[in-house]
Design a protein around this ligand. Sequence first.
Ligand code: HEC
Length: 196
Amino acid sequence: MNNNSENKDPLLMEHEADGIQELDNLLPRWWVWSFYLTTIFAIGYMLYYHVLMAGDLQIAAYQKEQKIGDAIKGAAMAKFESTLTGLEPIQDQTVLAQGRQTFGNMCAPCHRADGGGLVGPNLCDDYWIHGSNYVDSLKTIWNGVPEKGMVTWKGLLKPKEVQAVASYIYTLRGTKPPGPKPPENQQQPDKPNAYE
Ligand code: HEC
């Protein structure tokens, strides 16, 4: 330690610990300015959000976004419903593969993986409760038959997914899986002679 007071750095502070001394430097300008700026920002932020209540807090912002999302979803669902009647089964293999996957995940527990029927009716025969054509299937899947145990898929599946799965089950018509569920309701072939 240098005890010669003439050579002593004027910034050197008096205390010392284990030979370590400290210089009393000024804080860097950038640091001081960022401190002022963050303080000003914090005051502004508090006034804007918590005193004047001018901006949305997280929950309000979330609810607003949710409302916008619901409106978009509602419009897409309404559009799908309005075009329902004119739709034809999709034959694209990729779409059918997606439909098959959806069927395996969502529908097979009740309709069996091969469509032969379990809790839900056989989807391969010509006996239909809610109509045999493609649009009938779309409507049944979209709206469900809640009182009979058929899930309302609207809101759970997107219109595209419903079209894909309805197109897939359309390809099951006329296939003859072993040990099917006995026919329900009247015979209404939509694909004539496909099963003979
Ligand atoms: C929880 C069981 C359950 C699930 C899951 C289910 N269904 Fe159903 N489904 C039923 C029942 C039960 C019926 C018969 C409704 C009735 O008796 O009116 C039915 C009826 C149907 C019908 C009309 C059949 C007819 O004879 O008119 C179609 C088409 C159908 N389901 C397709 C699907 C598709 C596609 C899925 C998957 C996205 C699916 N179902 C998932 C139980 C289910």
